[in-house]
Ligand binder design. Structure first.
Ligand code: NAP
Length: 286
């Protein structure tokens, strides 16, 4: 069997069109959704990410502010910038690009962002809201994975989902989202003794590890859906995921490619969260 591709670029285009329409509607009510992106230091990968986020804002008609600071910026100065953005009515979402330089406590900075503007969904309040099923902002990467499953009409009820990876930004929130959709969820990590025994039971596998070929064809039940969050480089320096794509696509029913899978969805869900923040603000005024 050759799996059907879940095309993150195509789905992103579709979702961004609908975001652009909702942005246009909000503008008629005098609100332009605004995202502030704060970058500290000169990490080249971060510079690409922030540029893509700002471009996505422009493409969907949103307002964006890119604040770039040198690597020597103090934690106090960064906290002061976050505070100013919290109080800026033209800004509905604040994103502080990670990683931050080592002298800055990233947790402290994220906790300083108002939960009402935490469009990355990394604040403890956002994590807590997801945990108890209350409205909040879902972290963009696992949220994008859920949209990909939705796009193929996949009903998670009663299905066994195996998440590989337990980070706060991908693995753990992913597991909670799958649970909320009535899947039975297993979370694997570096201390899982027999990963293959787990993944072979899975109807859905989400790989979020950051290591090439963590998931190979012999580890996948025929017909399973495979979502590859990983971003790695192969021997030729090309972007690749955690999944042995060539092998696994012959066993899975659906698979996401890297590149062109989860990556574009992450930025798209950031747009969705920023738009929703602006819409919530308007609803709160009514
Ligand atoms: P992370 O914080 O490094 O977490 C990696 C997880 O993988 C950890 O929970 C770790 O277990 C687990 N792990 C490591 N080796 C393993 C193994 N051999 N078997 C099973 N589990 C293992 O990474 P992350 O931030 O979640 O990101 C994961 C990957 O997704 C990275 O490649 C990252 O670049 C990519 N990513 C992509 C996007 C996107 O937009 N496409 C967004 C975010 C992240 P322990 O907890 O036991 O250490």
């Amino acid at each position: 069997m050759t799996a059907q591709l879940i095309d993150g670029n195509a789905l992103s285009r579709q979702l961004r069109e609908s975001v652009a329409q909702r942005v246009a509607t909000l503008k008629t009510q005098g609100i332009t959704p605004g995202l502030a992106v704060v970058l500290v230091g000169d990490n080249p990968a971060s510079q690409v990410y922030v540029r893509n986020k700002v471009k996505a804002c422009h493409d969907t008609g949103m307002h964006s502010v890119l604040e770039q600071y040198g690597a020597t910026m103090t934690e106090a100065d960064l906290l002061a910038r976050v505070d100013a953005l919290n109080n800026d009515p033209t800004i509905h979402g604040i994103l502080v690009q990670l990683p931050l330089p080592a002298h800055i406590d990233a947790h402290k900075v994220i906790e300083a962002i108002s939960p009402a503007k935490d469009v990355d969904g990394f604040h403890v309040a956002s994590a807590g809201a997801l945990m108890v099923g209350q409205p909040g902002f879902w972290p963009c990467t696992p949220y994008g994975c859920m949209k990909m499953l939705e796009s193929i009409g996949y009903n998670l009820r009663g299905k066994h989902a195996v998440v590989i990876g337990r980070s706060n930004i991908v693995g753990k929130p992913m597991a909670l989202m799958l649970l909320q959709q009535n899947a039975t969820v297993t979370v694997c990590h570096s201390a899982t003794p027999d990963l293959k025994a787990m993944t072979l039971q899975a109807d859905v596998i989400v790989a979020a590890v950051g290591k090439r070929n963590v998931l190979t064809a012999d580890m996948v039940k025929p017909g399973a859906v495979v979502i590859d969050v990983g971003m790695n480089r192969n021997d030729e320096g090309k972007l690749c995921g955690d999944v042995d794509f060539a092998g696994v696509k012959e066993v899975a029913s659906h698979i996401t490619p890297v590149p062109g899978g989860v990556g574009p969805m992450t930025i798209t869900m950031l747009m969705v969260n920023t738009l929703e923040s602006a819409e919530r603000g308007l609803a709160a005024q009514a």
